[in-house]
Design a protein around this ligand. Structure first.
Ligand code: ZN
Length: 388
């Protein structure tokens, strides 16, 4: 069969490889072989192909976001049948013999990372009853496809932040993960949600507002792009907490200054990092409120040099700020939960991730073109879906 393989840095090549088979082994009896039908390359695929950091995954089949048709099942697979279109969990927590995903982000199976992915004519999923998910009737392929990674990652960021009612939440990065984190934070009862992203990406600005952000700040200039008044509603009556010390803005970032100005120097209770880089870690430390601030990093941090920590805003190590580095939750129950949320119509909890798919291509041969689009990110692009 044909498959797209990460050969070396910058090279994704189409190669003939052995098709997966189901043997009579214990593991294979619970496995399934599937044919991808809708796939979406991800920024993390771009990092794998074009990024320089280790460990590298030469000769691995890439791709982890997909809906697929069941082609064959092992004898012990109970819930899925040949011909069924299913959502495939990008992260698989329950591989038999593994340590489980719960509490161990790096112990699960990850398509296209530590096991062959789905940019192939066929691919195999272990423990199919645990890792494939039933698509609710009427749910669009776009919404189902966005649930397997993007939505669960955005939700994971907000869940790990333990958002309390009326907490101010800053979401750094307004790509697909950040947009879902905004929506999740609102669902979990956040107070003002401040999106921090590029001022040039109009689609991200529009969707930030749609998914519930109260304010949008340019991460570069600190300019306010939109504001519905909820931030000043919360902070204006409180006045200044203390004189803003410029030392707390360790990078001299205009966006961080803006947050201090808006919050009376308090910063935000919860910060979700969904994009950026090492500098985002520093700024997040700066912006997290003393005593209660929690920062959750759900972003891939590029590079090999270790970041510094801002000693002043971390109170020389005693600021009472919590930092979490997380990975998305996966598995069948999780993805079915996400699709249930995505599929509710006409209710207050409606959250449709389908608008994240801004571009569509057709055909297996267009997978590299879709990856290239994710790399170049033309204006208006958030996610691209390839129908096979
Ligand atoms: Zn992904």
């Amino acid at each position: 069969m044909k498959a797209y393989i990460f050969e070396s840095i910058g090279r994704l090549i189409l190669k003939d490889v052995a098709a997966p088979v189901i043997s009579d082994s214990q593991d294979d009896r619970r496995a399934a072989i599937l044919r991808p039908r809708y796939v979406s390359p991800c920024s993390s695929d771009v990092h794998t192909v074009f990024g320089g950091s280790r460990p590298r995954r030469e000769n691995m089949i890439l791709g982890h976001e997909g809906l697929a048709e069941v082609v064959e099942t092992g004898s012990e697979v109970r819930d899925f049948k040949k011909g069924e279109l299913v959502a495939v969990s990008a992260v698989m927590p329950d591989i038999p013999g593994g340590t489980g995903h719960e509490g161990f982000p790096f112990s699960g199976g990850k398509l296209g990372r530590n096991m062959d992915g789905l940019f192939a004519e066929l691919f195999k999923v272990p423990d199919a009853d645990m890792n494939l998910a039933k698509i609710p009737e009427g749910l669009s392929p776009e919404a189902a496809l966005m649930s397997v990674d993007v939505m669960t990652t955005g939700f994971s960021a907000a869940e790990y932040a333990d958002i309390r009612r009326d907490d101010t939440v800053i979401v750094m990065g307004t790509g697909p993960i950040g947009l879902m984190a905004i929506a999740a934070a609102k669902r979990f009862g956040a107070g003002p949600v401040i999106a921090m992203g590029s001022e040039k990406r109009e689609e991200c600005i529009r969707l930030s507002r749609e998914y519930g952000a109260d304010m949008y700040i340019s991460y570069r200039s600190g300019d306010i792009i939109f504001d519905n008044g909820r931030v000043s509603e919360k902070y204006a009556p409180l006045g200044k907490a203390y004189e803003m010390a410029s030392a707390a803005n360790s990078l001299g970032s205009p966006a961080v200054s803006r947050i201090f100005e808006l919050t009376g120097s308090r910063g935000a209770e919860r910060i979700l990092i969904c994009g950026g880089g090492k500098r985002s870690l520093m700024s997040a430390c700066d912006m997290a409120s003393y005593g209660t601030g929690t920062v959750v990093n759900a972003a891939y941090i590029e590079g090999t040099e270790n970041p510094e920590l801002p000693l002043f805003s971390l109170g020389k190590g005693m600021a009472g700020k919590t930092f979490k580095f997380i990975y998305c939750k996966g598995g069948r129950a999780r993805i079915e939960e996400m699709m249930k949320i995505a599929g509710k119509r006409g209710e207050s909890e409606t959250l449709d991730p389908a608008p994240l798919v801004t571009h569509r291509l057709k055909g297996f041969e267009n997978i590299p073109a879709a990856l290239e689009m994710m790399r170049e990110k033309p204006a208006g692009l958030i996610k691209v879906m390839v129908e096979i």
